[in-house]
Design a protein around this ligand. Structure first.
Ligand code: SF4
Ligand code: SF4
Length: 171
């Protein structure tokens, strides 16, 4: 990992705008939660997440199968930037971009902390092998697949299934 002379990792010492492209991309923990289809209640503006994933998502690898061309193939796939990373209400609470934009620390299972890309899956914090492709469900039935992912709060209750970093026990 990139460090400064005080051995602080880059995400603690650089602003998002100061990060290199490689550093920026490395922040992604590969959880796949942002690739799950969301629905917004027109009356309340509440956002609901499902376990239905974008057609380009591979449930086994937990990765986009065509990351380079995702914006062309899936026009509504949002590209994260330093400007929008902290402003997207629907982004997962555990998303590293959201955490850093909010001045929080990465979880222990994040690969930049653990040194392994497997730890997020071992900790049960990704959607690996727990989703169904949008190509496999009946159109218009996404509401049958509303779910709650580990680490994410109930809709508008603020309750998380797992503690977020600034709420972690000091034990
Ligand atoms: S939610 Fe954030 S950390 Fe998880 S896959 Fe999406 S961009 Fe990466
Ligand atoms: S295009 Fe790729 S990155 Fe975008 S939502 Fe689909 S699977 Fe995820």
């Amino acid at each position: 990992m990139a460090q400064n002379h005080n051995n602080d990792p880059f995400w603690r010492v650089k602003t998002m705008k100061q990060m290199s492209r490689a550093e920026w991309e490395s922040l992604c923990d590969g959880c796949g939660k942002c690739c799950c289809i969301r629905m917004e209640d027109e009356d309340t503006a509440d956002i609901y997440v499902t376990n239905v994933v974008c057609k380009l998502f591979d449930a086994g690898t937990c990765q986009c199968t065509d990351y380079a061309n995702r914006s062309v193939k899936v026009p509504d796939c949002v590209t994260l930037t330093p400007e929008n990373a902290g402003a997207l209400k629907w982004m997962p609470r555990t998303c590293a971009y959201r955490l850093i934009s909010e001045g929080k620390e990465l979880f222990d299972w994040h690969h930049l902390v653990s040194g392994s890309r497997d730890t997020i899956h071992e900790a049960g914090m990704s959607v690996q092998n727990a989703v169904i492709s949008e190509l496999e469900i009946e159109e218009g039935c996404e509401h049958h697949y509303i779910t709650q992912w580990p680490g994410e709060p109930d809709i508008d209750t603020g309750l998380a299934l797992e503690p977020v970093p600034d709420e972690k026990s000091k034990d």
